[in-house]
Design a binder for this molecule. Structure first.
Ligand SMILES: Cc1cc2nc3c(=O)[nH]c(=O)nc-3n(C[C@H](O)[C@H](O)[C@H](O)COP(=O)(O)OP(=O)(O)OC[C@H]3O[C@@H](n4cnc5c(N)ncnc54)[C@H](O)[C@@H]3O)c2cc1C
Length: 417
C-alpha cells in the first residue's frame, strides 16, 4: 500500500512512522525541512491535562478582558473574510456548557495514552530530549488559583484521572525556587512531561529513514488528481507521485490544499511566539505556566524557552519583536530573577486551530482514499503520537476506528460550517 503523506511537522512525522510500522510504504513530502514550521520552537510541553477547549463558557468576557490589556495574550485581525467571520461565530457558539463538555471529553480520550506513547517511542529507539517533571501553574492572585483548581475539578468530572496538588505560594516556591515572592499559589500536575521539539522532529526523521520511509524535503505539493481505481496522483514541484492513499498533514496550510479539491475546513492560524535563551538568574527547574499572563516557560538541557500569544492573524509568519518583549514582560512578575539574555532565539509559529479546539482526523468526505490529520491547535505535540496510532489502521485497512468518531470531518464538511 503506497501512502503519500504531505507535511513533515510533528503530526505528519508521527503518522508516517506509525503507517510504516504497520506495513505501509510511505513517501513523506515536505516543502521545507521536516519539523521546520510550527513543530520547531513551540513550548514542547506534553500536557494531556491542558486540553480544555479555548471556546469555553465565559470565553467572550475573558477574551474582551484580555484584549483591553496592554500586551494581551489574545488578538484578532480585523477582516471581512466570510470564512474567518464564520470561524469566529462558531467559536462563540461552541462556548455553551454542553458543547464545551463534549469537546473536553473528546480531547481527554485523545490524550489518555499520551505518556505511554512517548515512553514507547523512546523504548523503540527514537532519540529525543524528554523530561518528566510535571507542570506547575503559578498564580499572582487567589482568584486565578481558584479558577485553575476549578478547571481540574471539571477535568476530573470529565474522566481525567491524573494527580494534581494545590499549593500555597510558599509551597510552590519550595518546589520551584525560580518563582518570585509575588506568586500566591500554585497547582502542580506531576505526571506531565516535556520534550525539546527540535530534537523530537530530528529523532523522528532519523527513525523514519532507518525504516526505509522515503523523505522528500524541499519538495512542494501543489495539487492532487484522481488516478485509476481510486488511486491518486500527487502533483509536486519535482514531478508527480502515484499513491494508493493520501494523508494530508500540512498543518495550517492543509486548508488551501483541500480547497483545491473543493473541500472547505474551518481552520485558522493561531499565531504564537517563543524566545529561547540560556538567560541569567535562578533558572526554572520544571515547566511553568503563568496563569494570568497565559505564558509558559519550559527548561531544556540547554536554555529556557518562554512562549505565548494566540493571534488570529491569518497565514503570515512576520515576527513582531514587540510581541516577544511583551511575553518576556508578562513572565517577569512570576520569576525571582531569571531573564532571557542575548544570544536568544526568537521564533513565531502558526497553530492550526479549529473553532471547537478539536482536531480533524479521518477520511475526507467525498474523496476516496484521502485522509486528513490537522487542527491540533495548542496541543499538536502532545496529541501527535495518539493521532498516528488511531489513524494508521483507517488509512491502511479502511478499518473503522470508533475512538476517531469525535474528530471526523463530517462535523463540519458538507454542513456549510
Ligand atoms: C508558541 C507555541 C507554543 C506551543 N506549545 C505547545 C506545547 O507546549 N505542547 C503542544 O502539544 N503543542 C504546542 N504548540 C502547538 C504545536 O506546535 C502545533 O499544534 C503542532 O506543531 C502542529 O503540527 P503540524 O504537524 O500539524 O503542523 P506543522 O508543524 O506546521 O507542519 C506542517 C508541515 O507541512 C508542510 N507543508 C505545508 N504545505 C505544504 C505543501 N504544499 N507541500 C509540502 N509540505 C507542506 C510545512 O512546511 C510544515 O512543515 C505550540 C504552538 C505554538 C505556536
Amino acid at each position: 500500500m503506497k501512502v503519500v503523506l504531505v507535511g513533515g511537522g510533528v503530526v505528519g512525522l508521527c503518522c508516517a512512522r506509525e503507517i510504516a510500522r504497520q506495513g505501509g510504504e510511505v513517501t513523506l513530502v515536505e516543502r521545507d525541512r521536516c519539523g521546520g514550521a510550527t513543530s520547531l520552537r513551540n513550548a514542547g510541553q506534553i500536557v494531556p491535562s491542558l486540553c480544555t477547549p479555548l471556546s469555553s463558557p465565559g470565553v467572550i468576557k475573558r477574551a474582551l478582558g484580555w484584549m483591553l490589556k496592554l500586551g494581551s495574550p489574545l488578538s484578532l485581525r480585523v477582516s471581512l473574510d466570510p470564512d474567518y467571520l464564520l470561524w469566529l461565530l462558531h467559536f462563540a457558539l461552541n462556548s455553551s456548557e454542553e458543547k464545551y463538555r463534549e469537546c473536553l471529553k473528546a480531547a481527554l480520550v485523545l490524550g489518555k495514552d499520551t505518556h505511554l506513547l512517548f515512553e514507547e517511542l523512546r523504548k523503540e529507539g527514537v532519540e529525543f530530549e524528554m523530561h518528566q517533571k510535571g507542570i506547575l501553574f503559578a498564580t499572582l492572585s487567589e482568584e486565578a488559583l481558584h479558577e485553575e483548581t476549578e478547571v481540574y475539578r471539571e477535568l476530573e468530572r470529565a474522566g481525567y484521572d491524573g494527580a494534581y496538588e494545590v499549593l500555597s505560594g510558599e509551597e510552590a516556591r519550595r518546589l520551584e525556587p525560580a518563582l518570585s515572592e509575588k506568586v500566591v499559589g500554585g497547582l502542580f500536575v506531576k505526571d506531565e512531561r516535556h520534550i525539546r521539539p527540535e530534537s523530537f522532529a530530528k529523532g523522528l526523521t532519523a527513525d523514519l529513514r532507518s525504516r526505509g520511509v522515503q523523505i522528500l524535503e524541499g519538495v512542494e505539493v501543489y495539487g492532487f488528481r484522481h488516478g485509476q481505481k481510486g488511486s491518486w496522483r500527487v502533483l509536486t514541484s519535482e514531478g508527480d507521485l502515484d499513491a494508493d492513499r493520501v494523508l494530508l498533514a500540512a498543518g495550517v496550510w492543509s486548508r488551501e490544499l483541500l480547497a483545491e479539491l473543493g473541500v472547505k475546513i474551518p481552520l485558522e492560524a493561531g499565531k504564537g511566539y517563543s524566545v529561547t535563551s540560556m538567560g541569567k538568574g535562578t533558572r526554572p527547574q520544571r515547566p511553568l505556566k503563568f496563569t494570568e499572563a497565559q505564558v509558559v516557560a519550559t527548561p531544556y538541557d540547554s536554555g529556557v524557552r518562554v512562549s505565548g500569544m494566540f493571534e488570529l492573524s491569518g497565514i503570515n509568519l512576520s515576527l513582531k519583536r514587540r510581541k516577544i518583549e511583551s511575553i518576556i514582560r508578562a513572565a517577569a512578575p512570576y520569576l525571582r530573577d531569571w531573564e532571557p539574555m542575548k544570544p536568544r532565539l526568537e521564533w513565531t509559529g502558526l497553530r492550526p486551530a479549529t473553532h471547537d479546539s478539536i482536531p480533524l482526523i479521518g477520511k475526507v468526505p467525498g474523496l476516496n482514499n484521502f485522509y486528513l490529520a490537522t487542527g491540533h491547535g495548542m496541543l499538536g505535540v502532545t496529541h501527535a503520537p495518539a493521532t498516528a496510532r488511531m489513524l494508521a489502521p483507517l488509512v491502511l485497512e479502511d478499518r473503522p476506528v470508533p475512538e476517531l468518531e469525535p474528530f471526523k470531518l463530517e462535523r463540519f464538511v458538507g454542513k456549510g460550517k
